[in-house]
Design a protein around this ligand. Structure first.
Ligand code: S0N
Length: 279
């Protein structure tokens, strides 16, 4: 099989943005720190996800970590917040403002109306583990490892990292993951439904792209509405608002909605009698 060609897109400092035939690949590029994120990394990830969201030629987004190039066992997807720049009130970036901006990124991954695949090339730990949890699908290398460390390093994630993790693996397992701070192998992650597939390290990107290609052949609107439907079931009013927003998007394209808009602009009473009242 011929190797996929990636076009480098917008330039960033701590991440890489590339595209190829409908796929956007976003890579956290801090391998010396096991791809831990800083406020800048998170801002850049947020921007890159927005670029991919706004690009109508992109149908699937892949999130991964830059490989170091050494032993496969030492590679990382993301090891969470960079503990070396953690201040007393959050992570301190170049602007000297302590931030917890990963929560904004979590929300964006959740609502971007395109499937997101976590390409888990290695350690998915702490806040990095939560990022893979939030992706629609996770495909892992055999050597990847998964876990939370919060109670050991003095942090926790009370949102998606707790409740949504429990929705995936069940309450008992989610509590075990957080209360004991153990690491789990890719095989164990597959067993508990935390990932969709495990493949040899060398085949990881090819497998992710193959899944992406399969989805790119399907109806983007149906996929969008399925993502919103799954979120509606787990995200409370925010999830219902997302599904409702998609319904609004489709309604705006109808002649019925256009009649309301046009009547306002033409300063006349709208005529909705012409539209069918479906059963
Ligand atoms: C990933 C681990 C298990 C890998 O172990 P290994 O292979 O033995 O490598 P190391 O020698 O430990 O690491 C290699 C180099 O990389 C540095 N490094 C690794 N991880 C980090 C990190 N997270 N921050 C800074 N540096 C890191 C090492 O220090 C080493 O470099 P040298 O040799 O130069 O020192 C292992 O590395 C590990 O356990 N890492 C720490 C994992 C961790 O505890 N992460 C933080 C967990 N907490 C969060 O992520 C915060 C959660 C969060 O973001 C959040 C959630 C909700 C609401 C708000 C927030 C928020 O805080 O914003």
């Amino acid at each position: 099989m011929s190797e996929r060609v990636w076009q480098v897109g917008k330039a960033y400092r701590e991440i890489i943005y590339e595209t190829s035939n409908g796929i956007a690949k976003i890579t956290i590029n801090r391998p010396d720190r096991r791809n831990a994120f800083t406020p800048l990394t998170v801002n850049e990830l947020y921007d890159a996800f927005t670029v991919a969201r706004d690009d109508a030629s992109i149908g699937v987004i892949i999130l991964t970590g830059k490989n170091h190039g050494g032993r496969h066992e030492d590679e990382a997807f993301c090891s969470g917040g960079d503990q070396k720049i953690r201040g007393n009130g959050g992570y301190v970036g170049e602007d000297n403002i302590p931030r917890l901006n990963v929560l904004d990124l979590q929300r964006l991954i959740r609502i971007v109306p395109k499937p997101v695949i976590a390409m888990v090339n290695g350690y998915a730990i702490g806040g990095g583990h939560v990022l893979h949890i939030l992706c629609d699908l996770s495909i892992a290398a055999e050597t990847a490892k998964f876990g939370q460390t919060g109670p050991r390093v003095g942090s926790f994630d009370a949102g998606y990292g707790a409740g949504y993790l429990a929705a995936i693996v069940g309450q008992k397992k989610a509590r075990e993951i957080w209360y004991l701070c153990r690491q789990y192998s890719a095989a164990e992650a597959l067993e508990m439904g935390l990932v969709n597939k495990v493949v040899p390290f060398e085949q990881l990107e090819e497998e992710c792209c193959s899944w992406a290609d399969e989805m790119l052949a399907l109806s983007p609107t149906a996929l969008r509405l399925m993502k919103a439907s799954f979120n509606a079931a787990t995200d409370g009013l925010a999830g219902i608002a997302q599904l409702g927003g998609d319904a609004t998007l489709l309604y705006y394209t109808s002649d019925e909605a256009k009649e309301g808009r046009d009547a306002f602009k033409e300063k006349r009473v709208p005529d909705f009698t012409q539209f069918p009242k479906f059963p």
